[in-house]
Ligand binder design. Structure first.
Ligand code: BGC
Length: 771
């Protein structure tokens, strides 16, 4: 754990500069706007440890697979979001002295992420060994209203000297990904130049051929006066700079404004990228930094109005949840249906920036509740459009007849993961894709989705499960062998309870969905049968049989479901017994030791109980929670949120709260010692879930919203709003009462702690309850 940040409910602040914190801060203070994003690197040169990172949504490189022992079915490449040309650079020299915080005395340092406005601020005084010093104040944002635009305001004041100063505001195209498999460069420079006031670089990714233009315009003012000096411009391969040289007086403030436009061939014809970028800069120059900033802040104000969660009485929890919501909103805005949500968003390079089961299992509800239903629908369509590739993927592994295995990690629908125990065995991911269809329909009521798209996906998923099972003659039941469940600290296990559960559930849900489509859209049903070569009698008979006769490991004496066969034979260690200095165990223990212990990386049985809560009575939930929670290390960021929700369901406020802090401050307090690599963006949606479904106790049951709140002791109130079937409902929970107000006139049936109420029109409904 690393705790060095402060701030308030809207701001994250770092008030002292320590190089050892810098990589973490670069992740935590990252900015993004859905189109592009960047780590919070300093504008000026920094020669200490740092991961320079700029990323463009959807621009990736197929990095050739690197493995020790090649196994058939491995993907050819790992899709990496490419570290893109950098536009923030500003080099400052006072005579021969370069501004570089790693080599200077730094005081009055402050780095601040203003989450309300989406602006990154920084200020500091830095002194060179000769005693001369400068004071610097910066602001930076990636415009939410003009997504291809970024802006920097950089103010510098010589504190105790007068003399020569020079600044080079530059673009840098020679960048590389830190963890490329073969240290390959992913970019080929294309062109460079200046047009009018602007300078630009163009580059193309090798193999994938994405073309990108980065262009900048710069201005300088002294003491608030307008432009005095025009820069010298230089452009060459991979580099363009605007250089300002001036003589300064102590106490004068020099202000540089740098606007950057980043256009890509994903959005524009390749031959128009420079023109488009310059047009954008033209318009932005006319608007000016201050008004661009206002537009950007207005966007955030509107966004916060919809997505904010307010927690009264607990600053740390409040700051934590806003930090999570802030990053979610800047990573995926829903404006481009071709995109998805990478586990690190724009904050780092690990996980390659591709799509994981995280999207369906954790992120979907956030977008369902805070954005137009089309956004969530697009997330489902993303997989629908990749169905053919998922079928091809299954064929590679020996499946037939249109069975689909969606990839563990993907950018285009092709599998990118290459560890056999995950690529071939972590097949529960297929279940999350079915569950997301169910979850979306349950929330929106849009059953037409099933007719148009969902059923085809479900058929392919069920075909997979029906082939993946074996019939065990000793058990006289179907079994699923050789899998990795959600808990990745177990590999190649038999009958992972969660996998078996989600497989059987998918088969049943597909059977139900077939009936629904047959009855309500018979023509489309026939079309789907033809298109998928579906044999209703034969295939559904097999599915029913598998669904009815699959083996589920359990321990009757303990009254628990078993994570997998043989789980109780392992060395039973509780997570409390693992010393702090040995965590996370994957950084300290051998894999062999991990596999032989009972320790669990992330919710597994409890993930199943969370998804299908209504199947289990409270005692069963309690017994499983009490058994598995103490064995869980939460060394995947996706874990604590599920435990919060179940703890709250069991009315364990204190436990739920401890786990909540862990999920909501996972990155801010660096629980898993890895924030330098990037933030855990997808699990931030889990944090949102832990507030809404955990403390708010919200569920959708039989087409209706239901609430069963439980506030932690320190919370005086909790406020949030959600989208539900075209209505926006605002919810205020205090220790004694819940108040709901709908934004439109329709009547809404609501269940509160098992009683039914009607929320009518825009009139607030207030219901008392005992917290
Ligand atoms: C987790 C997976 C998750 C992946 C990406 C891993 O550490 O175990 O469940 O999909 O991270 O977030």
């Amino acid at each position: 754990m690393k705790r060095y940040l402060s701030g308030d409910e809207w701001n994250i602040e770092e008030r002292e500069f320590k190089p050892e914190h810098h990589p973490n801060s670069e992740s935590l203070f990252s900015l993004g706007n859905g189109h592009m994003g960047q780590r919070a690197n300093f504008e000026e040169t920094y020669s200490g440890p740092s991961l320079q990172g700029n990323y463009l949504a959807g621009v990736y490189y197929p990095d050739k697979t690197r493995v020790g022992w090649w196994k058939n079915g491995y993907p050819e490449y790992f899709a990496r979001v490419v570290n893109a040309p950098q536009w923030i650079g500003i080099r400052i020299f006072s005579g021969e002295n370069e501004l570089d915080l790693y080599r200077m005395d730094v005081s009055e340092f402050m780095r601040k992420l203003d989450m309300k406005s989406g602006i990154l601020h920084r200020s500091f005084t830095a002194s060179w060994p000769d005693g001369t010093s400068v004071r610097v104040e910066t602001q930076r944002f990636l415009s939410m209203s003009r997504r291809e635009l970024g802006a920097i305001r950089y103010r510098l004041t010589p504190v105790n000297f007068s003399g020569e100063l020079s600044a080079s505001l530059y673009l840098e195209g020679d960048v590389r990904n830190q963890n490329a498999n073969y240290r390959e460069k992913f970019w080929k420079p294309l062109g460079h130049g200046t047009s009018g006031r602007y300078s630009w670089l163009t580059s193309r990714t090798k193999k994938t051929g994405f073309e990108v233009c980065v262009a900048m315009s710069t201005r300088m003012r002294i003491n608030g006066r307008s432009d005095t000096i025009a820069p010298d411009r230089e452009s060459k391969v991979n580099f363009a700079a605007h250089r300002y040289r001036l003589t300064v007086q102590a106490g004068e403030t020099i202000e540089w404004t740098k606007l950057a436009a980043v256009t890509t061939s994903r959005d524009h014809p390749a031959d128009q990228l420079v023109q488009q970028a310059c047009n954008l800069l033209d318009r932005a120059e006319k608007t000016g930094f201050d008004d661009l900033k206002k537009e950007h802040i207005n966007w955030w104000n509107r966004k916060w109005d919809i997505s904010d969660i307010r927690i009264e009485g607990d600053l740390s929890a409040q700051q934590g949840i806003r930090f999570n919501i802030f990053h979610l909103n800047q990573t995926y805005t829903g404006h481009d249906p071709r995109l998805n949500i990478g586990p690190k968003g724009f904050t780092g390079e690990k996980y390659g920036g591709s799509t994981y089961w995280d999207t369906e299992a954790y992120c979907l509800p956030y977008y369902l509740n805070t954005m137009d239903a089309r956004v969530a629908r697009n997330l489902l369509l993303y997989r629908y459009h990749q169905l053919d590739k998922a079928i091809e993927n299954a064929v590679k592994l020996g499946f037939t007849n249109g069975a689909a295995l969606f990839p563990m990690v993907t950018m285009t629908g092709e599998e990118c993961h290459n560890e056999w125990e995950i690529t071939f065995e972590e097949i529960h991911r297929n279940g999350a894709i079915a569950y997301a269809i169910f979850n979306y329909i349950r929330h929106t009521g849009d059953r037409q989705y099933l007719v148009e798209y969902g059923l085809e996906v479900l058929i392919a998923l069920s075909r997979f499960w029906a082939q993946r099972v074996n019939f065990s003659s000793s058990k006289q039941q179907f079994v699923i062998l050789g899998v990795t469940g959600p808990n990745e600290y177990e590999n190649n296990v038999n009958n992972n309870w969660y996998t078996n559960l989600i497989a059987v559930w998918t088969l049943n849900y597909t059977l139900e969905s077939l009936e629904y489509v047959q009855k309500n859209a018979p023509r489309r049903y026939e079309e789907i049968l033809k298109r998928t070569h579906f044999d209703p009698q034969r295939e559904t008979a097999r599915w029913k049989s598998v669904a009815d006769h699959t083996y589920f490991p359990e321990d009757k004496e303990l009254g628990i479901f078993l994570q997998q066969e043989g789980y109780l034979d392992k060395e039973q260690i509780l997570s409390d017994e693992v010393p702090e200095q040995e965590r996370p165990v994957n950084q300290h223990w051998s894999w062999d030791r991990i596999l032989r212990s009972s320790l669990i990386k992330q919710a597994d049985v409890l993930q199943g109980i969370y998804f299908f809560e209504s199947y289990f009575d409270l005692d069963t939930i309690r017994r499983n929670f009490d058994f598995y929670e103490p064995r869980t290390l939460h060394e995947s960021s996706l874990s604590p949120c599920v435990h919060v929700i179940l703890a709250a369901k069991l009315r364990r406020a204190e436990k739920a709260y401890q786990l909540y802090l862990r999920t909501s401050r996972l990155d801010l307090d660096d629980y898993n010692n890895e924030v330098g690599e990037g933030c855990h963006i997808t699990s931030m949606a889990g944090t949102w879930l832990s507030v809404i479904e955990g403390f708010g106790g919200m569920r959708v049951v039989n087409h209706h919203l239901s609430f069963n709140p439980l506030l932690p002791e320190s919370w005086q109130s909790l406020r949030f709003s959600i989208n539900f079937r075209g209505n926006r409902i605002r919810i205020i929970i205090t220790r004694k009462q819940i108040e709901l107000t709908a934004a439109n006139d329709e009547e809404v049936t609501i269940q509160i702690a098992n009683q039914t109420f009607t929320l009518s029109g825009r009139k607030p409904l207030q219901v008392s309850f005992k917290a």
